[in-house]
Design a protein around this ligand. Sequence first.
Ligand code: FDM
Ligand code: MG
Length: 219
Amino acid sequence: MPRGTLIVFEGLDRCGKTTQTRLCVEGLSRTGVKLAAGLPWRFPDRTTPIGEVLNTYLTSKTELGDEAAHLLFSANRWEKAATIREALGRGETVVYDRYAYSGVAYSVAKGLGMEWCLAADEGLPRPDVVVFLEVGVDEARGREGFGGERFEEAETQKRVGAVFDRLKGEGWSVVEGSGRMEEVAERVKAVVWPVVQAVTGRDDEVGELWGQGVRKRQG
Ligand code: FDM
Ligand code: MG
């Protein structure tokens, strides 16, 4: 049985990830692709005990040191790693709103070292495609809801965007995120659909971070 495809959406806050992950799932289900239950999945997964701590942190009800926060965001992914692999192994496609790239981008933007940040997520299931929704900070700031949570301010977003630029590599598709949501969804479909078809026709294993796309950790 062919495995499922792991599709990840990344981008700055208010870039349209949540809308586009939903539209992507709707589009895939119309084409008859076998999907995991309850998609889109998202990180942080605020429903687990670790995710509850992250939620209090993001809503500024708790303070965490930058290293501790980074490791908790990563642990929140590790607690789902087996579930993701199992779904893909059953031939189910998985769509994520944020993944380890957000983990690295936000933590490096706070001043933590790139290598140290990459290490925590090394070995997680590797996405088949990372859809990066490109939206200028000024446009994102103007969208409804910007500013409600920790990190949702322009200076942080600019620093996060600069780290995302360093992470962009093989397996990434940068999609212009401005414009009507239906237009953006068409652009997303044009990059996602060929990947789903290619993975379905191939008989390969799910990869591991940071195998491709971002350079492998040294040593
Ligand atoms: N975030 C998200 C991190 O700092 N590290 C991570 O590993 C992940 C997955 O949490 F500000 C930050 C990014 C964002 C917040 O909010 C999650 P959304 O807007 O609900 O995705
Ligand atoms: Mg947010």
